[in-house]
Design a protein around this ligand. Structure first.
Ligand SMILES: *[C@@H]1O[C@H](CO)[C@@H](O)[C@H](O)[C@H]1NC(C)=O
Ligand SMILES: *[C@@H]1O[C@H](CO)[C@@H](O)[C@H](O)[C@H]1NC(C)=O
Ligand SMILES: *[C@@H]1O[C@H](CO)[C@@H](O)[C@H](O)[C@H]1NC(C)=O
Ligand SMILES: *[C@@H]1O[C@H](CO)[C@@H](O)[C@H](O)[C@H]1NC(C)=O
Ligand SMILES: *[C@@H]1O[C@H](CO)[C@@H](O)[C@H](O)[C@H]1NC(C)=O
Ligand SMILES: *[C@@H]1O[C@H](CO)[C@@H](O)[C@H](O)[C@H]1NC(C)=O
Ligand SMILES: *[C@@H]1O[C@H](CO)[C@@H](O)[C@H](O)[C@H]1NC(C)=O
Ligand SMILES: *[C@@H]1O[C@H](CO)[C@@H](O)[C@H](O)[C@H]1NC(C)=O
Ligand SMILES: *[C@@H]1O[C@H](CO)[C@@H](O)[C@H](O)[C@H]1NC(C)=O
Length: 464
């Protein structure tokens, strides 16, 4: 290509970007006009019938096991499902319980001084089938423990409170994990499967045995104003893991855990490929997080059903191993594409942007090593970082370059002498300091950068 041809290409590329931005402005004003459903959710849903868990024999002394009381209350409330639904209220007190399952058209509401406490006896956490998109428990082959608060095939479920607490007493599970005495994969605090119209708001979650909040095969999910806490050294205590789910809004949360703050997934290798349930249409905004041995905003490593159309904005991250992270591996198949991350402030982060195609970890020996994942159309813009060691470690897959990785307005105060390391990636960068690696700034590279379509899923998540 001659010099004048390449300049011509560059002008065309710039023109294309401007067109995208213009299209974006048009659409975002339309989205804004549609109003925010997020804000109205909690207050809008009135349940004509309400019971208190003490009416079913629960004792809030922190010692009595209340599993039966929760189960009986929920069984009783079944009959109100077609009459506008019902509320189960948990008053002030310490409510020890094993796992229980929710019903449709339900509000589970905690008093501000209510604490639901998970039993430390693993036999109070029944064992259920592995997820079809994982083919086995995530930690151990075979089935897995059911989450403390569980739900399957539900519609219209609200879990809320005036900042009441759900405490998983996870430390015994972390010990069992660390000393290799688990019999099955550890449970979550909340897992909802195949459910639509889910609100989780105004609550604090502490010491989850494993990932805290796990919506899987769900749609129309709003997670708002929750606090999630676990110690820095607690293993795999991710905050929120939307998995094979669509139309998800996560906003106004403070999450400080041992592993990823928010991580989007969609199934594992051959099981995820054949189950083929993507995660798509996800908005994440106004999150403050610390992910001591994980990442602030992460994708994968299980992504075999595909992940697309994710926006994250207005994020503050502290004291983490990674800021933004994409993890995948040969064998995963699937894709991570149309991702837009903007306005992130990072402080004391080892690697600001970590993208790897060599994560490893397979469910069994039957994965297809030729099933290469696609990582494409990833835009990261408006990043400010202080006390960062590495700006970016970006390793794609030989024969399946990660493409259209675009960085714009990235300013990192970096301590490492070689701030960027890149292999098998291609893309574009603009106003990046320290200057990005060569594959992301080839003047002859005509990259198409993904300009978020700014369809705000927080405005579109519509419950009921
Ligand atoms: C959370 O609490 C605030 C303040 O009490 C309330 O206005 C809001 O509706 C609640 N949100 C939900 C989703 O219940
Ligand atoms: C829940 O929904 C899934 C997907 O539609 C279905 O395969 C499964 O059988 C349902 N489970 C129950 C208990 O109804
Ligand atoms: C968040 O929850 C707290 C405590 O329940 C409440 O005071 C506050 O208004 C809530 N904020 C939002 C945005 O819902
Ligand atoms: C909720 O409670 C947690 C734990 O006590 C606290 O850290 C957090 O600030 C509270 N959140 C709100 C919004 O009041
Ligand atoms: C493993 O941890 C559990 C929970 O703390 C403890 O009861 C058990 O004795 C430990 N087992 C071994 C082999 O260290
Ligand atoms: C594992 O199974 C054994 C045998 O049933 C049981 O004694 C032990 O408590 C179980 N361990 C855990 C962590 O559930
Ligand atoms: C994702 O959002 C777009 C735009 O609102 C919509 O057209 C599409 O149907 C959504 N996808 C799913 C799976 O809901
Ligand atoms: C960047 O780091 C250097 C050395 O630690 C420090 O002196 C400087 O103030 C930092 N700049 C910013 C903007 O944080
Ligand atoms: C893959 O990316 C590298 C730069 O990281 C580049 O040199 C190589 O030509 C690319 N391969 C293909 C097939 O585009």
């Amino acid at each position: 290509m001659s010099r004048s041809e390449s300049i011509h290409m560059k002008i065309l590329a710039d023109l294309f970007k401007i067109l995208i931005i213009l299209a974006t402005i048009g659409r975002s004003s339309w989205a804004a006009m549609s109003g925010s459903y997020c804000k109205e959710m909690g207050s809008r849903t009135y349940r004509p019938h309400s019971v208190t868990v003490t009416e079913f024999g629960a004792v809030g002394d922190g010692v009595t096991l209340n599993t039966k009381a929760f189960q009986n209350a929920l069984f009783y409330l079944h009959s109100f499902a077609d009459k506008g639904g019902a509320q189960l209220f948990v008053p002030a007190g310490k409510w020890l319980t094993g796992s229980f399952s929710l019903i449709s058209h339900l509000t589970l509401s905690l008093d501000k001084d209510a604490v639901i406490i998970g039993s430390t006896d693993s036999s109070n956490w029944p064992v259920i089938d592995p997820l079809p998109s994982y083919g086995r428990g995530r930690e151990l082959p075979g089935p897995r423990h059911q989450s403390l608060i569980h739900g399957s095939n539900l519609t219209d479920v609200i879990i809320t409170g005036g900042n009441g607490t759900i405490d998983g007493q996870g430390s015994i599970w972390w010990d069992w994990f660390n000393n290799h005495t688990l019999n099955y994969t550890r449970p979550h605090l909340i897992e909802l499967m195949y459910s639509t119209g889910v609100v989780i708001s105004n609550l604090t979650f502490i010491n989850s045995p494993f990932w805290a909040i796990h919506p899987v095969y769900c749609s129309q999910v709003l997670i708002q104003n929750v606090t999630i806490l676990a110690p820095p050294d607690s293993p795999n205590t991710d905050g929120i893991d939307p998995d094979s789910s669509n139309n998800v809004c996560i906003e106004d949360c403070y999450i400080n855990t041992g592993d990823d703050v928010i991580v989007i997934k969609s199934g594992w290798d051959e099981y995820g490929i054949s189950f083929a349930h993507p995660s798509t249409n996800i908005s994440i905004r106004r999150i403050v997080g610390e992910a001591h041995s994980g990442a602030g905003i992460a994708f994968g490593s299980e992504m075999s059903g595909g992940i697309s159309n994710v926006q994250a904005e207005d994020i503050s991250l502290f004291n983490s191993l990674y800021g933004i992270r994409i993890k995948t591996s040969p064998g995963r198949g699937g894709y991570v594409q149309y991702i837009h991350i903007s306005n992130v402030v990072m402080t004391n982060i080892k690697t600001a942007i970590g993208i790897t195609g060599l994560y490893g970890e397979h469910p069994d020996e039957n994965y297809d090593p030729n099933a290469l994942p696609t990582v494409d159309m990833i835009t990261i813009e408006g990043i400010e970082g202080t006390n960062i060691k590495h700006a970016g470690l970006l390793e794609g897959i030989e024969g399946a370059n990660f493409s259209n990785i675009c960085l714009s307005n990235v300013h990192l105060n970096v301590t490492s002498k070689s701030p960027w390391k890149c292999s098998y990636v291609q893309g574009f960068s603009n106003l990046v300091d320290p200057e990005s690696c060569e594959p992301l700034r080839d003047p002859y590279q005509v990259s198409t950068c993904y300009a978020a379509n700014h369809i705000d899923h927080c405005n579109l998540v519509q419950i009921v």
